[in-house]
Structure formats: structure tokens, C-alpha cells
Design a protein around this ligand. Structure first.
Ligand code: C2E
Ligand code: CA
Ligand code: CA
Length: 752
């Protein structure tokens, strides 16, 4: 089996396929060792991944039939089975999205059984591979949500789609601009035109491409643009001009023209996709007109996915993508200032407006405020609807002062908004926060978060105002709630008003391995009351205090465990310490940990560190370096809250973690939700293949404990296995614990 798994590690590097599907392929191979190959197609029959160069060449009809079958069969994983040659059969399963849409097709080529040359039944195979189909569904759903628009095209448009994806294969992270470029290119390359243009005036989109690969000077196309957009708005349909002489002279240049309208969600024409050819070229025919319409529709889909329909501002995702591209782009102008600013806007008391006047008025207010924002931004700024009533803008090359002035103008303009002019007046006010985009590893999320804090401060200070985030003067951004908590937290950090609790993590099968515990921090209040981490960690995070908290935990854990090193060592217990993403970012944190280990004389093998999936993926380079150094010393690592991040299983192969902690939300669900159950099973299997152990969190009942065992999870943690207790008490009892566990003797305590 491993021979199959490892035989072709290079498959991941094949340029025509998407390597992030590899873990799923591996998982499938693992679930069904008689597999010879796995092929993944998208919902339009485009190949996306294949193991060992399988391409199903002359059996392409299987994919087509599988999609057709899925359209008529509503079961969860409709499939078909075909014997493709004397000794192998293909099983093809369609993967559905949240509705009944087909996200893709997974085809398994399996050896026929032994001498009897008999194929497994379709139902049997389906049952066998269901867990990994479930994982694939999740991956494919995420992808579609994250902007693959191909699916939106109907079945008849597959050919076109194929054409576009073929040309985009190499653009791994194609931006929307790249996708527009592909549409223009499709007009030139595949339809043999001399010039292609795409105009959407509202969105400031004005693009063109000639056969030389260069755009046309915009002025040269001004007249054509104006006429064609006007014509489209009036006629609302595709225009074909082959006979130039017949055309009103001021409409046509000496060109044959094929132009299709680009429509928004409500079918209003917002732009034009136009193709031009010299008079001696072949006529534009109905087929080309159809393709131009499809390309225009594709452009419309890109625009739709990029802009929020209510406000016309970008979506959060498009905003992040564009800014991401802008931040990594090389500076075209050396003298340009490289400081950018973020404005975060929140409409005051929108819920009151919604409740009093109805949601539709609330929507109007949001749209009007969005317009105030857009109108007051300088050229080159980007604006987005982040969520609900929250908007954001990025002003490139602007310092905080300039950005604050813009914010102030937006605030003033918003007070004049009155969507129900005349009847039942009400005031609209907004709060804005301004923050710089710094040079951290995740500059945009960080800037958005700080701008949001400044915006919250504006709310706390009486609304209808602008606050600027300034590192040097935190008084400006303090939120009332944070204020209290942060005061207490600083105090607790100074006077050690914390306690570490330890919760057991127990093997689910047999008494193997060493006892394990997760350390959990608690704050001690003035009257000795226990304050759980949920009450102070989020404030700590907003105030960048997590590295300080984590340092406290590391130091005290090392000290306490070091003092009991004989017990800890002979019992070989392991203790897991949670670390935050902020600590990973902190360049001096690693050194702190290694120093504490040294001075406490604690065997590094005693410690395991838990990093959340999100923090790790967000800082993958730093996380890897951090992990390698500590693993070399003997520490272990666990990936916490696994399954909740937006990351895919594909990241796993880049991370050398020892444990996956399956997030409690899946575990809790596992009894009644078969998808969660399948996910857990698949994670457990995949982890095995990658030599990791799995830990299920939130094992609250015996029923769950049994279930987790059946699903192949290695360890359980939760109220059914044991609650957290103070570490100091536990250390005293640890020898009792040891008695119940089968221990291998292994000298772990360093000679002191
Ligand atoms: P986590 O790392 O996912 O820790 C597990 C949390 O689930 C703990 O909550 C634990 O008490 C709780 N729990 C355990 N078993 C069960 C169960 O069966 N049912 C339910 N409902 N809950 C269970 P806690 O101690 O409140 O910690 C919450 C979060 O705070 C932790 O989530 C972790 O993200 C963070 N945290 C806790 N201690 C530390 C620490 O020392 N450092 C850092 N950086 N973060 C910490
Ligand atoms: Ca944890
Ligand atoms: Ca967790």
C-alpha cells in the first residue's frame, strides 16, 4: 500500500494539476488499497488532479456520464461504475455542494478482484471511500466560496470554460485582473480577433488587448467605447457588425465589431465586451456571437463576485485580494511613500433603524453611507463592505493624518444621509477608525483589526466621530470593557495572579503511552475567584498582550514541572502548553522558551505545544522554524482546533506536527451529524498516513468516547475523560496516575 502512496511523490509537482488535492488522493489510496489511480475533475469535466498520470484518456465519457447521472440522481454521492479494460474498473462519484450542484467528480480506477476478475459493487466502494469524499466536498466547497466562478456557468458552457481554465492553469493564484486578462486573451487567441476590449464604467474598468499583447491607448478607443456602451444600454443585446458600409458612419471605425452586454445581477447592462477585426477578416458568425456572450457573462460573474450588490463596494474577499496584490507589488515609483492607511466604518445604531423602519430602510442607509465613503475617497483608494453595516477603505500612500481627514469628510457626509427624505426623519451617524498598514507578516488583517479597535473607541466615546489608532498613545483606543479587563490582566501578570490547571488527555484504546495533560490558564480575581480564559484572552489579544501571557505560562509551567522533575520524568507525563499566534510572530519568543527550558532543567520531552491551525497557517514560515527548533530539542507539537480554519488538508504535509486536535465542534456533532463523523474518520485516517496521532476534544459523554474510539481517534480529552484540576494538586497525585498507565521506562530527565 505504501508503495502506491509513495510511488509517485512527483505527481504533486505536475504543472497541469492542482497539488492541493494530493492529500485527498492519498487518503483515497489509503482507504482502498486496490486502487491504481485517482482522477479528480471539476463540475465541468476539467481535470484538476490525477495520481500517477492517470488521465482516463479515451474514457472521458465516464466523467460526462457521471455528471449527467448526478443531474438526474439526487443521492449524496451519485456514481457510476464501468469496467474499462480486462483487469480494471472505474468508479466515478459526483461530489455535490450545499445545494444539489455538482462540485466535481472523483474517479477511482481499481484493479478487479484477484483471479475472479470481478468488480466490487458501486455501493461497496462508495461506502469505503465516503470519508474522503466528505473531505473533498469540504475542500471543493471552500474553493467555490473563495471565488472559483466557473461553476456558475451552465453545462452548455463547459467548452468555453475549458478554454479559459486551460489558459489559466499556470496562474496559480489568479487575481480578478488576471481573469479579465484571460477573457480578453480568449477573444484574441481563440476567436482570432485583432483587438478585444472590456468596459464597465461604474467600476472604473477599461481594459483592452491587441494581438501584440499590448493594450490600446484608451483615447484611441474613446469613441468606440462611448458608442458601444450607449448602444448596449439602449438595445440590451449582442451587436454584430460585419458590413461596415451599412453602418451609420460615426458608429463604426473601419472594423468589424462583435459586442456583448455585461449585465449586473438584476440584468441591467453595466458594460460591454467588444471584439474588433479588420474588414478583410472573416465575418463574425452566430457561434462567435455565442462565445462572446459567454465571455461577457464570465466577466459579469467576476464583477459580481467582486462587488457587493447592495452597496456596489467590493466584497471583503476581493478587497483583501487586491490589497494583498498591491502590497507585494514592486514599487513602480521609488519616491512614492510606502505608508498606506485603512479606514474602518461602522454605522451607529443601525439595528434601531432596522427595527423602526424595516430592513429595507436599513439597506438603503448602508447603500447611502457606502456612497458617501466612495465619493470622499481619493483616486486609487479601494473600498469594501466588510460585513453587515461595516465598511472599509484602503488609501494608498497616505499617512494617518491625511486618512483621518478623509474619514472626517465621510463622517460629515453621512450625517446628511436621509433615505426617507420627507417622511419620518431620523439621523444617520457613523463611527470611523483609522489605522496604518504596518509591515507585519499579515499586514492587512492586522490593520483592519486595529482600525476596528479605533472605530469601537469612537463608539465608546459617544459615536458620530473619528478615532485614529496610534501605537504610542493607546489611551485613544481603549474600549471600556477592555479597559477593565486589561487593567486586571496587567496586574495579574505583575503579581502572578494566575493558576495553571491540567486536563487529562487519555488514550482511547488500551493503556498505552504516557499520561498527557493540557495546561489551561485561569486568572485569580481579587476575592480569589477563578476567571476563565474566555473572559480575558480576547482583550489580551487586542492589546497584543498574548506574548506576555504565553511567557507567563511557559515560565511557570517549566518551573513547576521542573520542581517535580523526578515525578514528571519517571512517569514520563507530557504537558501541553497553548501558544497564541501573536507569540509565533514575536521573534524573541523562541529564545525565551529555550532559556526557560534550560534554567528549569526540565526535559524538553515533557512539553508539547499547541498551536491553532489558523495561527500556524497564518505564519507558516515562522511556525515551521519555531517547531523545528523545539522539536530538535525533543518537544512535541499539536495542531489545535483542527478543522475550523479555512486551511485545507493540503497544508498538513508541510507541517511536522505530532498531533492533530480535532476541534470540539466536530466531536460534539459526531453522534447526530454523519458529515462530522465522516470528517473525523477521514482526519484520523489521514493523520495515520502522515504519522500523526489524533486527539478528540470535548469528549463530553461516554457515548462520544465510544464513538471516537470506533472512528479511529487515538486520544480523547473532555469531561467524560476528566476535568481540569490545578496543576499543583495534580503533580502531587501524579504517581497514582502512573499506576494506571502502562509505562515504558525511558530516561527523560536530564542529569542536573
Ligand atoms: P482550547 O485550547 O481548545 O482548550 C480546550 C477548552 O475546552 C478548555 O477551556 C477546556 O476547559 C474546555 N473543555 C475541555 N473538555 C471539555 C468538554 O468536554 N466540554 C466542553 N464544553 N469544554 C471542554 P478553557 O480552559 O476555558 O480554555 C479556552 C481556550 O482558551 C482554550 O481552548 C485556549 O484556546 C485558550 N487557552 C487556555 N489556556 C491557555 C493558555 O495557557 N495559553 C493560551 N495561549 N491560551 C489558552
Ligand atoms: Ca488547546
Ligand atoms: Ca482546541
Amino acid at each position: 500500500m505504501n508503495a502506491v502512496l509513495d510511488a509517485n511523490p512527483a505527481a504533486a509537482g505536475r504543472s497541469a494539476t492542482d497539488a492541493s488535492f494530493e492529500p485527498y488522493g492519498r487518503l483515497l489510496l489509503l482507504l482502498m488499497p486496490s486502487l491504481r489511480g485517482v482522477v479528480v475533475h471539476d463540475g465541468f469535466a476539467n481535470l484538476v488532479w490525477t495520481s500517477d498520470d492517470w488521465d482516463l484518456g479515451e474514457h472521458a465519457d465516464i466523467i460526462r456520464d457521471s455528471i449527467a447521472n448526478a443531474l438526474s440522481d439526487v443521492s449524496e454521492y451519485p456514481g457510476i461504475m464501468r469496467e474499462i479494460d480486462a483487469d480494471s474498473a472505474a468508479y466515478s462519484f459526483a461530489v455535490r455542494g450545499e445545494a444539489t450542484d455538482v462540485l466535481g467528480v472523483v474517479t477511482l480506477v481499481a484493479k478487479l478482484r484477484g483471479m475472479r476478475t470481478e468488480a466490487f459493487s458501486l455501493a461497496y466502494v462508495r461506502q469505503l471511500v465516503q470519508p474522503s469524499l466528505e473531505c473533498l466536498r469540504r475542500e471543493m466547497t471552500l474553493r467555490t466560496r473563495l471565488g472559483s466562478r466557473e461553476r456558475d456557468l451552465s453545462e452548455s458552457e463547459r467548452g468555453l470554460d475549458l478554454m479559459l481554465t486551460m489558459s489559466s492553469r499556470n496562474a496559480v493564484d489568479a487575481s480578478d485582473a488576471d481573469e479579465f486578462a484571460l477573457i480578453l486573451k480568449a477573444g484574441i487567441d481563440h476567436m482570432g480577433c485583432a483587438l478585444a476590449a472590456l468596459w464597465v464604467p461604474d467600476k472604473n474598468i477599461s481594459l483592452s488587448l491587441t494581438r501584440s499583447g499590448q493594450p490600446m491607448a484608451p483615447e484611441a478607443l474613446n469613441r468606440a467605447r462611448q458608442h458601444l456602451t450607449n448602444w448596449m444600454q439602449l438595445q440590451q443585446r449582442t451587436l454584430v457588425i460585419n458590413h461596415i458600409a451599412k453602418v451609420v458612419s460615426n458608429v463604426a471605425a473601419p472594423y468589424k465589431i462583435l459586442a456583448s452586454p455585461i449585465r449586473n445581477r438584476s440584468e441591467r447592462v453595466i458594460g460591454v465586451y467588444a471584439l474588433f477585426n479588420p474588414p478583410n477578416a472573416a465575418d463574425f458568425d452566430a457561434h462567435k456571437a455565442r462565445i462572446a456572450e459567454l465571455l461577457a457573462k464570465k466577466a459579469a460573474l467576476i464583477i459580481q463576485s467582486q462587488y457587493d450588490p447592495n452597496t456596489g463596494l467590493m466584497t471583503r474577499h476581493a478587497f483583501e485580494r487586491q490589497i494583498g496584490a498591491l502590497l507585494v507589488a514592486p514599487k513602480s515609483n521609488v519616491s512614492a511613500r510606502d505608508s498606506h492607511s485603512i479606514i474602518y466604518l461602522d454605522i451607529d445604531r443601525l439595528h434601531v433603524i432596522n427595527e423602526t423602519f424595516g430592513m429595507h430602510v436599513g439597506d438603503q442607509v448602508i447603500a447611502c453611507v457606502a456612497e458617501c465613503l466612495a465619493q470622499n475617497l481619493p483616486v486609487g483608494a479601494l473600498s469594501a463592505r466588510i460585513s453587515g453595516d461595516r465598511l472599509a477603505a484602503m488609501i494608498p500612500e497616505s499617512d494617518l493624518e491625511a486618512a483621518a481627514t478623509v474619514a472626517e469628510n465621510v463622517r460629515a457626509a453621512a450625517t446628511k444621509v436621509n433615505p426617507r427624505a420627507g417622511q419620518g426623519a431620523f439621523d444617520v451617524t457613523v463611527c470611523l477608525g483609522v489605522a496604518p498598514i504596518g509591515r507585519s507578516e499579515n499586514p492587512l488583517p492586522h490593520a483592519l483589526a486595529t482600525a476596528e479597535i479605533a472605530c469601537k473607541a469612537a463608539k465608546d466615546r459617544g459615536r458620530n466621530r473619528v478615532e485614529v489608532f496610534q501605537d504610542s498613545d493607546q489611551s485613544i483606543i481603549r474600549r471600556h470593557t477592555d479597559l477593565l479587563v486589561i487593567g486586571k490582566l496587567r496586574d495579574a501578570l505583575e503579581h502572578d495572579h494566575f493558576r495553571l490547571d491540567a486536563q487529562p488527555i487519555l488514550p482511547l484504546r488500551g493503556n498505552y503511552g504516557r499520561p498527557r495533560f493540557e495546561l489551561l490558564i485561569r486568572m485569580l480575581g481579587d476575592r480569589g475567584e477563578i476567571i476563565p480564559p474566555s473572559k480575558f484572552l480576547s482583550s489580551a489579544e487586542r492589546y497584543q498582550l498574548m506574548p506576555t501571557v504565553d511567557r507567563w505560562v511557559v515560565r511557570h509551567a517549566c518551573q513547576l514541572l521542573g520542581q517535580h522533575s523526578v515525578v514528571v520524568g519517571s512517569g514520563m507525563a507530557r504537558f501541553a502548553i497553548n501558544l497564541s499566534g501573536q507569540s509565533l510572530q514575536d521573534d524573541t519568543f523562541l529564545e525565551y522558551v529555550t532559556n526557560e527550558l534550560k534554567t528549569s532543567h526540565l526535559a524538553p520531552e515533557v512539553l508539547c505545544f499547541e498551536l491553532t491551525e489558523t495561527a500556524t497557517i497564518g505564519n507558516i514560515a515562522k511556525a515551521q522554524a519555531f517547531m523545528h527548533t523545539l522539536q530538535d530539542l525533543g518537544c512535541q507539537f499539536a495542531l489545535d482546533d483542527f478543522g475550523t480554519g479555512v486551511s485545507s488538508l493540503a497544508y498538513l504535509k508541510d507541517l511536522s506536527v505530532n498531533y492533530l486536535k480535532i476541534d470540539g465542534s466536530f466531536v460534539r456533532d459526531a453522534i447526530k451529524n454523519s458529515r462530522s463523523e465522516s470528517m473525523i474518520k477521514a482526519i484520523a485516517q489521514l493523520a495515520k498516513a502522515m504519522h500523526m496521532d489524533t486527539i478528540a476534544e470535548y469528549v463530553e459523554t461516554d457515548e462520544l468516547r465510544v464513538r471516537m474510539t470506533e472512528l479511529g481517534v487515538d486520544y480523547g480529552q473532555g469531561f467524560a475523560m476528566g476535568k481540569a484540576q490545578p496543576l499543583q494538586e495534580l503533580l502531587k497525585e501524579l504517581d497514582i496516575f502512573e499506576a494506571s498507565v502502562d509505562i515504558r521506562v525511558d530516561p527523560l530527565v536530564r542529569a542536573t
